[in-house]
Design a protein around this ligand. Structure first.
Ligand code: TRP
Length: 332
């Protein structure tokens, strides 16, 4: 690979992404490919820390892979692979786990939240989840990791683990930094614009999925919760309208001032319809490309097989050095 900084990120195999995942994360990953070396993976091993139906997990992993490609990740430019295909992640995870304290893992807020939500399945994988995530990143010595705020604490832990390893065994790992995209917006629920848009929302009208068809997208935007005012303008307290303006602005490239003048004297109804249409049109090529890729199973398979091979080759070099450093005997 060329001498550029290395970006690594992983995404959960949910099968489809929300407009929030798309605008806040995945949409920015394509353009990064020119400026950086990029490695992206679908983290199916992380997914099984909560109960999964195996048939659905397999399908969702393949769909997520195809969807990343449909969103502009080019498997020729980046290394794009499925986590469980590359054994170095699990291997490194064991070693890093032996350099992570129980106390540190106990402080992870995601662990605390998830164990509250699944009190009947507080398995040790859920507890060591951040160690596997650190292994994902450190197995490539990544410089930068694009993550949302909910993953900041995990990334901080990955840095601490790397630092501790370096102190014990000599400078080796790069300390990964969070990558904050220049443009990136947080998308809120369409039904409660004070809450983040989340796939687990009980109300399906709150969430736009990037594979939703045009009619569905428009219907959901028409039902979006706003306020009792009538003016389309970005102002404190107008959470619903602010959210719609942010979305409209990211998909059309228009700034807030021009959106305000475009809708001056028009009602919320017109605005919501325009947002729905703009989003649906913007996502149309993603949907079309996803449908095309999904039919071409052979091609997909070739992409993820090649991706895994490249990822293994890259990470194997690093992980075998780690094996030496901790005192394992060379296999020869
Ligand atoms: N934990 C991340 C999430 O839930 C996914 C993830 C796994 C990840 N490994 C990673 C993100 C490594 C960045 C880097 O969103």
């Amino acid at each position: 690979m060329e001498n550029k900084k290395l970006i690594f990120s992983g995404i959960q195999p949910t099968g489809t992404f929300t407009l929030g995942n798309y605008i806040g994360a995945v949409r920015n990953w394509g353009p990064l490919q020119d400026e950086y070396n990029c490695i992206y993976c679908v983290v199916d091993m992380h997914a099984i820390t909560v109960r999964q139906d195996p048939v659905k997990l397999r399908q969702a992993t393949l769909n997520s892979y195809a969807l990343l490609m449909a969103c502009g990740i080019d498997p020729e430019k980046s290394i794009l692979f499925i986590q469980s295909h590359v054994k170095t992640h699990a291997e490194l995870s064991w070693i890093l786990g032996c350099n992570t304290q129980f106390g540190e893992l106990s402080r992870m807020t995601q662990f605390k939240d998830k164990s509250q939500r699944h009190p009947d399945d507080i398995n040790s994988g859920l507890f060591t989840y951040p160690v596997l995530m650190a292994a994902d990143i450190l197995a490539y010595n990544a410089d930068l990791v694009p993550v949302g705020v909910d993953q900041k604490q995990h990334l901080e832990l990955a840095r601490n683990i790397a630092q501790r390893f370096n102190q014990r065994y000599g400078e080796f790992f790069t300390l990964p930094e969070p990558y904050i995209p220049k443009v990136g917006a947080k998308v809120m629920s369409l039904q409660d614009p004070t809450k983040k848009m989340s796939k687990s929302d009980e109300n399906p009208n709150a969430v736009i999925l990037i594979l939703d068809d045009k009619d569905t997208i428009i219907r959901k935007f028409k039902r979006a919760v706003t306020d009792s005012d009538t003016e389309v303008c970005y102002r404190e307290g107008k959470d619903g309208i602010n959210n719609l303006m942010t979305i409209y602005s990211t998909v059309t490239g228009k700034d807030f001032a021009s959106i305000e003048s475009e809708f001056a004297g028009k009602g919320y109804g017109d605005f919501k319809l325009a947002v729905g249409e703009a989003v649906a049109d913007h996502l149309e090529p993603v949907r079309t490309e996803f449908a095309r890729l999904s039919k071409d199973k052979e091609y997909l398979k070739k992409c993820y097989t090649d991706g895994a091979e490249k990822a293994l080759k890259y990470s194997q070099r690093i992980v075998s050095k780690v094996y030496r450093k901790v005192g394992f005997v060379d296999k020869g």
